[in-house]
Design a protein around this ligand. Structure first.
Ligand code: G1P
Length: 298
């Protein structure tokens, strides 16, 4: 792999069944952390990592997400007429965040299949993939965004990079877990990877480093996905293709620094909401006082 990373894929076609009933009509990616939909956190991480071309893989029930990054002429005109300059600025910033395009995944056939939908957009270059279920928030602004940390390792080795974080053994069955090349990895920022196992039981986990939805992939991944067979859950997963690339060309894991929220789970979204509310200039005092009062009763 030689080229610079200029494109990112955001798979957002999932049904969001873990958040029913709200996801019956609202895309999971539009659920807010206080007042910002989670998909905006993801898009902003991509942009802050130096990538402006984004393809979001959606499904038929994600029109609200597509509308969110489009201009809303009526709303903008009303805000302009009423002199609501600050609100207008916020809205216009979202319209112009990045050069976003969309492709539809016709059937919910898994993450590998969703990425395959981006084959024509990618056009034989290495590219980034970022998943919406893992939001990384760094209060310390001197720390690079998670995806940028992965890109830096890619730039050094020109090999596939998987963004990971350390998890406890009772969580290995929720993630792709990397198999490091060397036993002694301590907590290095980069780890050479020999393979990856999808959602292993703790006793089968080859390490405690879980893939947290940040990938730098070579274009050869498409051919590997095309050759993948259906998993036990009836989907085309990404992990067998990652494993094939790691075995063929080698790969690295980037041990990402940052506070990660698993917002694919209800508790993760609640945690992110509380933490961001405690940092939100409009509500932080009220929320902090409320939590202190509440804590006395618990
Ligand atoms: C997917 C991947 C898994 C990865 C996880 C990160 O799993 O298959 O390897 O660790 O995302 O969020 P899913 O959340 O689709 O079950």
């Amino acid at each position: 792999m030689k080229n610079k990373i200029t494109k990112a894929i955001i798979p957002a076609a999932g049904l969001g069944t873990r958040f029913l009933p709200v996801t019956k009509s609202i895309p999971k990616e539009m659920l807010p952390i206080v007042d910002i939909p989670t998909i905006q956190y993801i898009v902003e991480e991509v942009v802050k990592s130096g990538i402006n071309n984004i393809l979001i893989v959606v499904s038929s029930n994600k029109n609200d997400l597509v509308d969110y990054f489009d201009s809303n002429f009526e709303l903008e005109e009303t805000l302009r007429k009423k002199g609501k300059v600050k609100e207008l600025e916020i809205i216009e910033k979202i319209n112009n965040l990045a050069n976003i395009q969309y492709v539809r995944q016709k059937y919910p056939k898994g993450l590998g299949d969703a990425i395959l939908c981006a084959k024509n957009y990618i056009n034989n270059e290495p590219f980034a993939v970022i998943l919406g279920d893992d939001v990384i928030i760094n209060k310390d602004k001197t720390i690079q965004p998670g995806l940028k940390q992965c890109i830096d390792i890619y730039e050094k080795h020109k090999k596939m990079v998987l963004g990971v974080q350390h998890v406890s053994y009772d969580e290995t069955d929720k993630y792709g877990i990397i198999q490091p090349k060397n036993k002694n990895i301590n907590s290095n920022s980069e780890i050479e990877v020999e393979g990856i196992i999808e959602k292993p039981k703790p006793e089968n986990a080859p390490s405690q480093y879980a893939v947290i939805g940040r990938y730098i992939l070579p274009p050869e991944i498409f051919e590997k996905i095309e050759n993948s067979s259906l998993s036990s859950r009836g989907e085309i997963e990404l992990t067998p293709a990652l494993e094939a690339i790691a075995k063929q060309d080698g790969a690295y894991a980037c041990n990402i620094i940052g506070e990660r929220y698993d917002i694919g789970s209800k508790f993760g979204l609640i945690k992110a909401t509380i933490d961001e509310a405690l940092d939100h200039k409009e509500v932080k005092e009220e929320v902090s006082n409320y939590i202190k009062e509440l804590a006395k009763k618990l």
